[in-house]
Design a protein around this ligand. Structure first.
Ligand SMILES: Nc1ncnc2c1ncn2[C@@H]1O[C@H](COP(=O)(O)OP(=O)(O)O)[C@@H](O)[C@H]1O
Ligand SMILES: CC(=O)N[C@@H](CCC(=O)OP(=O)(O)O)C(=O)O
Length: 267
């Protein structure tokens, strides 16, 4: 069975075409693939926070998370967004099972570095692959919301990219980030020029030079971490573009791929 992890970014959720769900459901049912979905939901969390008059800030693309923020993050991610994706699969011929990283302690987490600034933001310590395996054997497409839990039952807000990377590492499966940009761009403001390939070192230097900002920082870091930990196929593509999706599913090189780079093979 060929497992593949898709991270559906919050930026793209409302614009993901039905063909995405149809194709993934078909790969699952008829082509021997096992898709695993990890999702975000940043923009929806931001609008829910504003409805509740709770202000929100980000540090390096990560949301500063107080307990009050965490309640709303969990409500939006594990409720609204998770079930929206499950319903979309249902409408498009797929069987999906939604769960959060809290359920059966799927995503065991600890406080992120910089916790004094970030509050209840976590990083994944361990992915409980047995839980995923059980869901996979039941014949479903797992749809995972990025909330983590520690041994004391404390919840953590995980960045969706970080969670997807941890899941891909645990399954040693290709990882595809679906976002609202065609990849990592040379000049994001001008909206053109995509790096087709980045080595870990090049990616690191783009972050240092602030050529990537906001949500692209955790995304690139998550991609680099997956590659460092043995994931051989990491892509970033535009989930809103039907042609790009089709190219990806047809095995064509599209968007930005992140690779170890020659220099890493000798280390
Ligand atoms: N160099 C860059 N190339 C592409 N996108 C970038 C770059 N720098 C910053 N970004 C921003 O990163 C965003 C993608 O991250 P994010 O909003 O977290 O997406 P998602 O919700 O899909 O995870 C893009 O919409 C863009 O605004
Ligand atoms: C810690 C942290 O920043 N968590 C994210 C979780 C959602 C997410 O990752 O959504 P995207 O995929 O849209 O970026 C947040 O609170 O927005």
């Amino acid at each position: 069975m060929k497992t593949v992890v898709f991270k559906c970014g919050g930026s793209t959720l409302d614009q993901l075409p039905n063909t995405f769900y149809e194709t993934v459901a078909n790969l699952h049912k008829n082509e021997g693939y096992q898709p695993v979905i990890v999702h975000g939901g940043g923009p929806l969390i931001t609008s829910a926070l504003s409805q509740f008059n709770v202000s929100t800030t980000f540090v390096d693309g990560l949301r500063v998370t107080t307990n009050e923020v965490l309640d709303i993050v969990e409500m939006v991610l594990s409720g609204t967004v998770n079930k929206q994706i499950v319903r979309k699969f249902h409408q498009n011929g797929g069987v999906a099972h939604g769960m959060s990283g809290v359920d059966s302690a799927l995503l065991q987490a600890r406080p992120a570095k910089n916790a004094e600034k970030l509050g209840f933001v976590g990083e994944v310590e361990h992915v409980n692959s047995g839980v995923l395996q059980t869901m996979i054997e039941s014949g479903a497409i797992p749809v995972i919301s990025p909330i983590g839990i520690d041994d004391n039952g404390q919840r953590y807000n995980l960045n969706g990219d970080t969670a997807a990377s941890a899941v891909a590492q645990a399954l040693q499966a290709p990882l595809c980030f679906l976002s609202d940009v065609p990849g990592v761009m040379y000049d994001q403001k001008e909206g053109h020029g995509v790096y087709e390939q980045l080595t870990i070192q090049q990616a690191e230097s783009l972050i240092d030079k602030q050529q990537v900002t906001g949500g692209m920082i955790p995304k690139l870091r998550a991609a680099m971490k997956a590659v460092k930990h043995g994931v051989t196929n990491v892509s970033m593509i535009d989930g809103t573009n039907v042609n790009d999706l089709e190219d990806y599913f047809n095995g064509k090189s599209i968007g930005t791929t992140v690779e170890r780079g020659e220099e890493m093979h000798h280390v």
